[in-house]
Write a protein that binds this ligand. Structure first.
Ligand SMILES: [Zn+2]
Length: 271
């Protein structure tokens, strides 16, 4: 298998994977969505809430604030040795909020949450949590834990985890009379005119919608959109909880462990 990195930054990873099969790509995609753990607020103790929102609404909003995740120093609650319902310093992080409006109405942002461990804090400081009118107060303690997307979407470390086939577009030099119908219809601007000829300019933007092939008046001899059977373009966009390449590495580790466990179980059955 060969991997080529197309784009990589703090939150985005786009790669080409060659010599792979659909089941592998799909397994990785599903593990990224459902099994790579990340931190999210799971319980909230309201100390004072004189805002107009119910406690539950505020707790729900806090749960959806993406938190930077530290996988090295925290355990999943179910794997932690403490076995405590309330968690311990190795499976729980406390964030506190103490907000008040003394004059006029103001918005409370995620940046006001104070974490006991700065490595686990909101990814963005600018997520609005609530508006407080003059004299209203909100004081709470929120407990963040590691969790998995399969239990609740707030624990998904990604907003996007998707793959598509590597597209292949053939413009037949003989049949094509450069009518440009395919260029005009493509919403992804994959095709463009190069001089008087039609050129595939942004191949990787193609989502195989076939609009160009349908628009082509030459039908069978006209433009052809195909895909490579064993090559994929994979896109991972992190919420900011973990770097995208780390998310993919964790997914591979999880898949590896699941397969090892599977082999072990077969051995047990045999013996
Ligand atoms: Zn613990």
């Amino acid at each position: 298998m060969k991997i080529e990195v197309l784009e990589k930054d703090e939150t985005n990873l786009r790669i080409i994977v060659r010599d792979a099969e659909v089941p592998l790509m799909n397994a990785l995609r599903r593990i990224v969505l459902a099994e790579v753990p990340s931190m999210a607020v799971d319980e909230v103790v309201m100390i004072e809430n004189s805002s107009i929102l119910q406690d539950e609404m505020i707790a729900h909003r806090l749960g959806l604030v993406p938190l930077k995740t530290d996988l090295e120093n925290y355990n999943l609650p179910e794997d932690c040795e403490c076995k405590s319902e309330f968690g311990c310093s190795e499976c729980r992080v406390t964030l506190t909020l103490n907000a008040e409006s003394t004059e006029g109405t103001r918005t409370v942002y995620s940046g006001e949450l104070v974490s006991e461990n700065p490595a686990v804090s909101p990814v963005s400081e600018k997520i609005p949590l609530i508006k407080l009118a003059k004299g209203q107060k909100l004081k709470l303690e929120a407990y963040a834990r590691l969790g998995k997307g399969m239990a609740h979407a707030k624990w998904q470390p990604v907003c996007v985890a998707a793959y598509k086939y590597y597209p292949k577009i053939v413009v037949p030099a003989k049949a094509c009379d450069d009518c440009q119908k395919c260029v005009d219809i493509c919403s992804k601007k994959v095709l463009a005119m190069k001089g008087t000829k039609i050129d595939v300019k942004e191949l990787l933007s193609c989502n195989l919608c076939m609009d160009c092939a349908e628009a082509c008046p030459k039908e069978a001899e006209g433009i052809k959109v195909e895909w490579e059977k064993n090559a994929f373009v994979m896109n991972i966009e992190s919420t900011g909880a973990l770097p995208p390449e780390r998310i993919l590495q964790e997914a591979v580790k999880i898949l590896d462990k699941q397969l090892t466990d599977f082999v072990e179980q077969i051995k047990v059955e045999e013996s």
